[in-house]
Design a protein around this ligand. Structure first.
Ligand code: ADP
Length: 596
């Protein structure tokens, strides 16, 4: 601004010199503009500048002086403009001289003062600017030095950091890499210990858990591989053994391709079907054509059922050898499926069961024969015992008559013989009655759903008088409800309970317990007493008809009770046995099949 001010002042001075000599409208207009516009503008700017400076300061003083010089310039300039306005004024030498004097003297002085003032102010500002520049340079110097120190410090810090990073980051990372390489080579026993930094810590933890996972996966894999190898060896051994066993047995192995109908036989199969290897067609028909016509349709149906998955292939059939011999063959087979689940192959075994078939047939015939003979014997025993009853009864009745009416005619020995005769007759009568009863068991049996608790209660009711007279204690567990023959079960329980009451130990209160356990396909019922017990060596004998361990005088009875029990158990597809020790009581167990 000061420069522009100075140049405007200079221009005004030079224009004024020219104007007083030559006049001219352009110069006048320019002078007018400088005086009226530019000087006024500079003045107001200087005024503002001066206002910013403190009161009494050099600058404020110079600014005020410059404003005054400008006012002087404006005043002189205006005077000159007013003296020389028209051409006529320029033609007036007095006016021209006056104006020229004004320019050369007053305007020159004022212009000089203005220039001085402006120089002074410019100088002052320049000084300040230079001082500012200097201080700026010093500050920059300081900043530069600071940067330099910071740089050096940074360099040191960098070195320290790099050492720290090397220790904290690079070392663990290198260790991680090294451990990872070890892992890669199959050494799973690696763990990394560095935990300085949070990130390194989590990296290390993740690595260690990965290594541990890998280790356990590898261990599992190794174990599985070992197991597989064992299984493979086992399978190999088993199949070796199987093939050896097959070779040394009379079993034949067959392999049938369901899709193509191809059939493979091992050497044994040719023997079983009486076919020569070279005549074997290797197809399904080679088998089916060898079947006995009566067994063919059924056997083929069974094979198809196995392929369809509705039935296991386990059957028997007859084959007719080309020489006409008939053999019974047992056949088993397994269907193998392809990856889509479609039956693909069937493999199996054949073996000759002709001997077994013939033995079973013979046994069957024999057992039928036995059954028939048994039936005949039973009928004979029934008829005999029934028919015997009559003469024995007659014998008994006449023995009684003799004793009553002829006692006085006989001597003592004769009377004793007669009494023996009568007693034997009575005993024979009892035995025959028991035998008839034994025979009757199961002849008129009715299968029904029975609550064994009710059956037991009915038996106790029948035996009530004896139970009370003996003061016996009877405990009955909860018994099952089952299918059975009521009369026979009742007889069974009755015989066992009454034996338990009869064979009591001297001076003890009979205590009897009836309990049960459920076996797979049967119920087991047990009757336990605290009686005299049975010597273990008689534990089978006592179940035979008329078999007794005691004389009639010790314990009454005919020895048919347990034989009856045995028969009752057997018609329930069960069995009966005793566990006992002399003097320590007995437990009779019997079973009743659930499949009746
Ligand atoms: P009986 O009771 O008529 O003698 P059983 O066939 O019932 O005939 O019994 C055969 C024999 O078995 C008995 O004579 C007895 O010696 C023995 N016996 C049976 N039950 C018991 C029992 N609970 N305690 C001891 N002995 C027994």
């Amino acid at each position: 601004m000061l420069q522009k001010y100075a140049s405007s002042g200079k221009e005004h001075y030079l224009l004024s010199l020219t104007y007083v000599d030559n006049g001219g409208i352009e110069s006048r207009n320019r002078i007018n503009k400088i005086i009226d516009v530019e000087f006024e503008h500079f003045k107001s700017e200087l005024f503002e500048l001066g206002n910013k400076e403190p009161e009494g300061s050099h600058r404020k003083e110079v600014a005020t002086n410059i404003i005054e010089h400008t006012n002087t310039l404006i005043a002189i300039g205006t005077r000159i403009r007013n003296i020389l306005i028209t051409n006529k004024d320029f033609e007036d030498p007095r006016k021209v001289k006056l104006a020229k004097d004004l320019v050369l003297n007053e305007l020159t002085d004022a212009q000089e003062s203005l220039n001085n003032g402006l120089d002074d102010l410019s100088y002052d500002y320049r000084q300040e600017y230079e001082a500012y520049q200097q201080s700026l340079a010093q500050e920059l110097d300081l900043v530069f030095n600071s940067i330099l120190y910071l740089g050096i410090f940074g360099a040191f810090l960098g070195i320290i950091l790099s050492v720290y990073v090397t220790r904290s980051v690079t070392t663990p990372v290198l260790e991680l890499i090294e451990s990872a390489q070890k892992l890669g080579k199959g050494n799973f026993n690696v763990t990394v210990q560095h935990k300085n930094l949070k990130e390194i810590n989590s990296l290390t933890t993740s690595f260690n858990s990965m290594a541990s996972d890998l280790k356990s996966s590898f261990t599992k894999l190794t174990e599985t591989t070992e197991d597989l190898e064992k299984e493979r060896l086992k399978f190999f051994n088993e199949s070796e053994k199987f093939m050896l066993a097959l070779d040394s047995s009379s079993m034949g192995f067959w392999d049938f391709n369901i899709k193509t109908g191809d059939l493979k036989w091992d050497d044994q199969m040719f023997g079983l079907y009486g076919v020569k290897k070279e005549n074997f067609a290797g197809a399904y028909e080679a088998w089916s054509n060898g079947l006995h016509p009566e067994d063919k349709a059924r056997s083929e149906q069974e094979l198809n059922a196995a392929i369809e998955g509705t039935k296991e292939f386990d059957t028997s059939f007859r084959v007719i050898h080309p020489n006409g011999a008939v053999r019974h063959i047992r056949a088993t087979g397994k269907v193998l499926k392809d990856e889509t689940g479609t039956p693909d192959r069937m493999i199996g075994l054949n073996w000759d069961v002709t001997k077994e078939y013939e033995s079973a047939k013979a046994i069957n015939e024999y057992s039928q024969l036995l059954e028939a003979r048994n039936k005949q014997l039973n009928e004979f025993a029934y008829i005999a015992s029934h028919d015997l009853q009559e003469p024995i009864n007659t014998m008994g009745a006449f023995s009684d008559l003799l004793i009553k009416q002829y006692a006085d005619k006989l001597d003592e020995t004769g009377l004793e013989y007669l009494k023996f005769m009568r007693d034997s007759g009575t005993r024979a009568k009892e035995l025959i009655a028991d035998l008839l009863e034994y025979n009757r068991i199961g002849n008129d049996k009715h299968l029904a759903q029975l609550d064994l608790n009710e059956v037991a209660q009915a038996v106790l009711a029948d035996l009530n008088a004896r139970i009370e007279s003996e003061n016996a204690v009877i405990e009955i567990d909860h018994l099952p409800t089952l299918r059975g023959y009521e009369t026979e079960l009742r007889q069974l329980l009755q015989n066992l309970i009454s034996n338990a009451l009869k064979f009591k130990s001297e001076g003890t209160i009979p205590t009897i317990r009836i309990s049960t356990i459920e076996l797979g396909d049967a119920y087991q019922i047990s009757v336990t007493d605290n009686g005299i017990g049975i010597d273990a060596k008689f534990s089978d004998k006592i179940f035979a008809v008329f078999s007794r361990l005691h004389s009639k005088s010790e314990f009454p009875g005919t020895g048919i009770g347990l034989a009856n029990c045995k028969k009752c158990a057997e018609i329930h597809d069960g069995s009966i046995w005793v566990e006992s020790e002399l003097g320590k009581g007995s437990t009779f167990h019997f079973t009743i099949s659930k499949k009746l």
